[in-house]
Design a protein around this ligand. Sequence first.
Ligand code: NIG
Ligand code: FE
Length: 416
Amino acid sequence: MGRILIKNIKELVQVLEPQVKKLSGNEMANLSTIKDAWLAIENDLIVGFGKMQDWEGISDWTNLEVIDATGKMVFPTWCDSHTHLVFAASREEEFVDRIKGLTYQEIAAKGGGILNSAKKLQTKSEEELYQDALKRIHEIQQMGTGAVEIKSGYGLSVDAELKMLRVIKKLKQTTEIAIKATFLGAHAIPTEYKENRTAYIDLIINEMLPKIKDEQLADYIDVFCETNYYTTEETDRILAAGAKYGLTPKIHVNQFTSIGGIQVGIKHNARSVDHLEVMTDNDISDLSKSGVMPTLLPSCSFFLRIPYAPARDLINKGLPIALATDFNPGSTPSGNMNFVLSLACIHYKLTPEEAINAATINAAYAMGLENTHGSITIGKKATIFITKEVPNIAFLPYYFGSNQIEQVIINGKLIK
Ligand code: NIG
Ligand code: FE
């Protein structure tokens, strides 16, 4: 471990005081930056930054690894607070079915969707799932992601849910990237429980949760609260049980229909409510009175051709928003946060500054990492990326589909 100095930074982006945990409403329009800057890293932490003209005399230039960032910008890495990146197989056949006219719901009704992924996962070993997920982690790191939340939910049996969570735990232990694990046993109703949903929910509550607690396999609990998946009453029951085991909710709500999932999330002090493509005025108003982080997933809307969440309405109501990928084989086969930012600017009409706030500090908040990630702040993790030479901040979301990130440093270690 050592000391790294990045000098001649064209613009050091998202410099925040430690007391800033998230940015809401109008605050999201401001992005705090320092032009012509330096940044100092010691071991895994950010230990200093400032303007180049003020560097001389602060410290000596020896015993440092110096990176010259002339023409380049430095950002805190993206935080991706909603993914399902442990999975057994891709699902291109459903992609083709949708091109031919079927909807996501129609595909699920004929045995595709989440149940299709769950079937494929049963026969895969923990080691195979781990190796495949590791490749996806390496891929997203190259695209600037330095913290990620990963869900279970393609197991849907005691053994397979635990298998997925153990894979996530092993990823936590063997990679530098910060990982949060979410238990999503209530992702779909397994076919064999179709006529007896309560028995499956009992299994989640009485068998899965105690084992997850014993092995410390999860940080959060999730439910797919949606028509044809879990009702609000079932969601309420599962979240109440999760709370007994110390699991905070981060839930899937309002993807296709507004059935009251947001209100259940608020009742259980969810850290975030995610998707929100379909919202009533009431939903927005209830959310604006809560402290729950609305998390939007524009690449899911893009891929499924479903409505885009009303991001501007949320911000106008004074709410914060976070952005995430939803990386999964069915609704969003992409872990590219840069593309998420472009879509957020184009379809939500966020300014680049708002999109960057949503993908850094607010996204860190959405996964409980706001004290260590999401901004350039002394004492936070040295988890940053250096861009290629770029003309300005807006160039990143503008130049969509291309990776403008040259180097990635995670916990003070150069990984790209
Ligand atoms: O967030 N909506 C629920 N779960 C995932 C999709 C899962 C799948 O299709 O495999 C999502 O979009
Ligand atoms: Fe999801």
